[in-house]
Design a protein around this ligand. Structure first.
Ligand code: UDP
Ligand code: MG
Length: 324
């Protein structure tokens, strides 16, 4: 019988303490799923600790383990992409190493994708328990905003943890954009996705690399990558202020005709000048943001650069040479 292969992609950045814990868990799960073969793809995203050494130890004792190590930190999105490029499985799962994505969901995800004919089984957390209130507030606001101004649906609380069919993985690989916002990409390619819900979990060891500021920048990236509404916003606001200016001009002209010209109105002058200046700067900023992204995209830089891997072919076809 031809066994199906599941590739598990695990991006890691400074996770030396988590890797053995994670491996034990996933190994346990893989043993309960004896109708499939596994391939574990660990990606070292330029860690400064012993992450790569841990990978090598695992690869030595388990032939299912493959690793790919970057020349520097390229970010989780790049690590995911590198994993997808190298995954050879019929099904591909993406999973964080900190056990916030419970590996014990895997058998159920596999059952659903096999039996119910979904292309992808995603996961989302039920609630935001255990998260700082302010962060939840801004996160909710972000999802509301982006779903209003983007045609691509971004699911609130959806994690990157998902099991996908080969067809969907190939679709994702066909999107070679440099600014990768996975939550948008997963949804943009379409296909039928079912979401499993689970209770939010705290990280088992190590610490998160996301600060409030980095989350804020990440959400802006998401908006710029999947919506053009902010660009249009500049012209809409400009149009409206122009209208208001016309009405005001008329109002002041009539008032001067009726009551003569007193030097009053100085305050409103300053307010108007400041407001207009502000709007202009904001619009420039928005345009600049999109222009900056376009600039980066046109450089066609590789999404990641490999330094070494378990295949030890330093030259990586789809990464460093992706634009051949
Ligand atoms: N990660 C990565 N590169 C980075 C930051 C994070 O590969 O630059 C990995 C990290 O090792 C972990 C996953 O991405 O496996 C999720 O990171 P983290 O737990 O810090 O994020 P959170 O769960 O807080 O969203
Ligand atoms: Mg985490």
């Amino acid at each position: 019988m031809n066994k199906k292969v599941i590739s598990i992609i695990v991006p890691c950045y400074n996770e030396e303490e988590m890797i053995p814990l994670f491996y034990d868990e996933i190994n346990k799960i893989s043993q309960t799923m004896d109708t499939v073969l596994f391939e574990f793809i660990f990606v070292n995203d330029g860690s400064k600790d012993g992450t790569l050494k841990k990978f090598k130890e695992l690869a030595n004792k388990d032939t299912r383990v493959k690793y790919y190590s970057f020349s520097r930190n390229f970010g989780k999105e790049a690590a995911l992409y590198a994993g997808l490029v190298h995954a050879q499985g019929d099904y591909v799962a993406v999973m964080d190493v900190d056990l916030q994505d419970p590996p014990e969901l895997l058998p159920e995800m596999y059952r659903l994708i096999r039996e119910d004919g979904y292309d992808c089984i995603g996961t989302r957390r039920k609630d935001r328990a255990g998260e700082p209130v302010i962060r939840s507030f801004f996160a909710r606001g972000f999802y509301k905003l982006i779903n209003r101004i983007s045609d691509t649906e971004i699911i609130d609380g959806a994690r990157d943890f998902r099991l996908m069919s080969r067809q969907m993985v190939d679709a994702i690989l066909s999107m070679t954009e440099y600014n990768r916002f996975s939550k948008g990409i997963f949804s943009w390619v379409g296909f039928e996705t079912k979401y499993l819900e689970f209770e939010n979990k705290e990280r088992v060891a190590g610490q998160t690399t996301w600060s409030f500021w980095s989350l804020f920048k990440y959400s802006l990236d998401g908006i710029v990558a999947f919506s053009e509404v902010p660009l249009a916003l500049a012209s809409i606001v400009g149009f409206l202020t122009f209208g208001v200016a016309l009405v005001l001009a008329l109002f002041f002209a009539i008032r001067t005709l009726l009551f003569g010209n007193a030097t009053s109105g100085w305050t409103s002058m300053v307010v108007i000048v400041l407001a207009l200046g502000g709007i202009q700067l904001l619009s420039l900023g928005i345009i600049g943001n999109y222009l900056g992204k376009t600039f980066l995209e046109t450089k066609r830089r590789p999404i990641y650069i490999l330094k070494e891997s378990s295949e030890s072919n330093i030259f990586d076809k789809k990464g460093a040479e992706k634009n051949e």
